[in-house]
Ligand binder design. Structure first.
Ligand code: SF4
Length: 326
């Protein structure tokens, strides 16, 4: 197997449920099933896009894969190592290789620290650089993400949104990870800044053989950056395929609706029908029986509310769908 085809992250039947507690004795009365039986493989150097409506569990899945949120059950293997079998110290060490960048860098960077300190903080935590090296390392990393090396002296409040997101990326790259969960990192940037950062992420991925789980709402952006795309609905993957296959031949009614709503630049295609999804996604506390999508599916049949469709491979290699009609 070529190195680039090697699975780097293997997720097996992962569940992350959050208890809902009430009363004086904090009795658990129910669970939010944020992630409910997800299996996924990400290869070295590969970008897997993860899409779905707000609240479907994408961020929780990303955090659970990195063990930042301990899953309730299931397995995550990183480079062949079962994360559940690691001690706290071993897990901390493994995390050098797995990083996350967030939608809002303000939530993850200390506004009172200078940029140089923010970027090199992971190196200090993991004892990977002496004090005299930190300034040089910060400057190198800033240049790597397309910023001026002298920005080491600035504070986050003096940076634009795009610059802050690059600082966040530089910080994630400091430990030379092989896998990064990108949680909607371009959401608050304008289109030109999105394009620049997309190019940078792609260049870094190809140069360093980085793997990304790229979480986003913008399907056009996901299409540009991803090798494969997985579609998530109410805590589960309902479809996944190579990017072009998924966008050109979506099979699950939910995917079809999401893709039909993506704006198209070609005037000839502007008349195509947008498939509207009725209602809001149901609560992950008490998901619908059978196929979780059935209350909103306009092609549902009798058995859809009784039997759970399995995620199965179709005739097209690597294209998986969970729908009774496919
Ligand atoms: Fe719709 Fe039934 Fe397919 Fe679910 S299994 S997506 S309800 S047709």
């Amino acid at each position: 197997m070529a190195d680039k085809d090697r699975p780097l992250v293997v997720v097996e039947n992962l569940c992350t449920h959050f208890p809902i507690k009430t009363g004086v004795f904090k009795k658990t009365v129910a669970y939010v099933r944020a992630v409910d039986g997800v299996s996924l493989t990400i290869r070295k150097g590969e970008t897997v896009g993860l899409v779905g409506e707000t609240g479907c569990g994408k961020t929780t899945l990303g955090r659970s894969i990195l063990w930042l949120q301990k899953p309730t059950s299931g397995r995550v293997y990183f480079d062949g190592v079962d994360l559940d079998k690691l001690s706290d110290g071993e897990l901390r060490s493994k995390r050098q290789d797995m990083q996350m960048i967030f939608e809002n860098p303000y939530s993850s960077i200390d506004p009172g620290m200078r940029v140089g300190g923010i970027i090199t903080e992971p190196l200090q935590i993991h004892n990977l650089a002496g004090k005299d090296e930190l300034d040089d390392r910060a400057r190198e990393l800033l240049v790597l993400v397309g910023l001026d090396a002298d920005m080491v002296e600035r504070y986050p409040s003096e940076l634009s949104g795009g610059q802050r997101q690059r600082v966040e990326l530089a910080r994630a790259l400091a430990l030379r990870p092989s896998f990064i969960v990108c949680d909607n990192p371009l959401a608050h940037l304008d289109v030109s800044m999105q394009a620049q950062l997309t190019q940078m992420l792609t260049w870094l991925r190809d140069w360093r053989q980085l793997a990304y789980l790229f979480i986003a709402h913008d399907l056009a952006l996901v299409r540009r950056i991803s090798h494969r795309v997985a579609v998530m609905y109410l805590g589960q993957i309902v479809e996944s395929a190579e990017t072009d296959e998924l966008f050109d031949n979506p099979l699950h009614p939910y995917t079809q609706a999401l893709i039909s709503a993506v704006p198209v630049p070609d005037p000839a295609e502007r008349d195509r029908k947008v498939l509207l999804l009725p209602g809001e996604p149901p609560s992950p506390v008490d998901p619908p029986s059978g196929c979780r999508f059935h209350p909103r599916c306009n092609v549902a049949v009798n058995r859809c509310n009784q039997s759970v469709p399995e995620l199965r491979e179709t005739d097209q290699e690597g294209h998986e769908v969970a729908c009774h009609l496919v």
